[in-house]
Ligand binder design. Sequence first.
Ligand code: SAH
Length: 353
Amino acid sequence: MIELIKGDITYYLETNNSEEISELFRLADRIRERYVGNKVYLRAIIEFSNICRNNCKYCGIRRDANIKRYAMKPKEIVKCAQYAEDLGYGTVVLQSGENSIYDDKMADIVREIKETTKLAVVLSIGEKTYGQYLEYRIAGADRYLLKHETSNPKLFYELTGRNLENRLQCLRWLIDLGYQVGSGNIVGLPGQTIEDLANDLLMFKEWDFDMLGIGPFIPCHGTPLENHPPGDPILTLKVIALARILTKNAHIPATTAIRTVLGDDKAHLIFRCGANVVMGNVTPLEYRKLYRIYPGKVCNFKDPESWLNDIKEQIREAGLKPSGEVGHSLKRRWRLKTLKLKHNNKNFDLKKC
Ligand code: SAH
């Protein structure tokens, strides 16, 4: 059993020695093989609205960005999810900017997808109340993605204008409600130190998240950080590898952001540094180009079918197997089948997966 301490983590994050970096990637690859096997799970993502009340300095769909806004209709979202199932995906991720437009619609959207497909449903719609998370969970949502972005509270406040503690409270609620929970960070944020990254990694291990989204910072024009340099791809791969070594069986995607900075020809390498999941974009093209959290997204102009073929090819190129299975969390706590919850004096029996 390999147990890394903070000193080892910072050492590997800092080293420029190519032998040591290769050794780190090889170790992550072996651990991926041993704990999660050779399948790479395919998840479909629908970016259903770019309307956002937040003003994160790094994000291209921030409130102050001067861009055309859209909000897909609930029926369109459900249809798009059904299409994802037809393409062979086992999971659909519904992602948007943080807004209230869907507050009273989300539960119905989730319910309809769960009733008409076999898909696992993942929500990625930001910070909500406990009551809302409960409502969506009862409607059938299986998982939730809410990246903590950086574990440094000062940096988080500086970049988002909000308190990290609220986000962590949301993550605690999501865990209590029996969601499979994904967090993650951005690598190379202006002002972020190697120690901050080491703390992110220790937090991944301590919280034992089911999923971890790790991607480099990509400057986006029209944002206050447009002139800052992007996050280093090798450093990002090191964070992915260290996350695999520390957490063993978390689902770790080859995120669109790291795929974007590496480019299509090198994207297969991410699957040999610890990643075991990848997302394919099924957002209708007319909306997809407006969901510009950062520029140059690899998927921007590909139709969903050729996009899926390309990612399957990259997975095979890495010597692994693309899988359209539902691919639930591999964490042991998921062997428990039900969860009893009390809210507003009502009892709820939730099936865990
Ligand atoms: N509103 C949702 C979804 C946010 S977009 C939420 O708050 O969770 C999904 C992710 O994109 C964010 O969590 C962030 O990590 C990433 N992101 C945004 N802007 C970025 C940029 N410029 N570079 C890299 N990643 C970025």
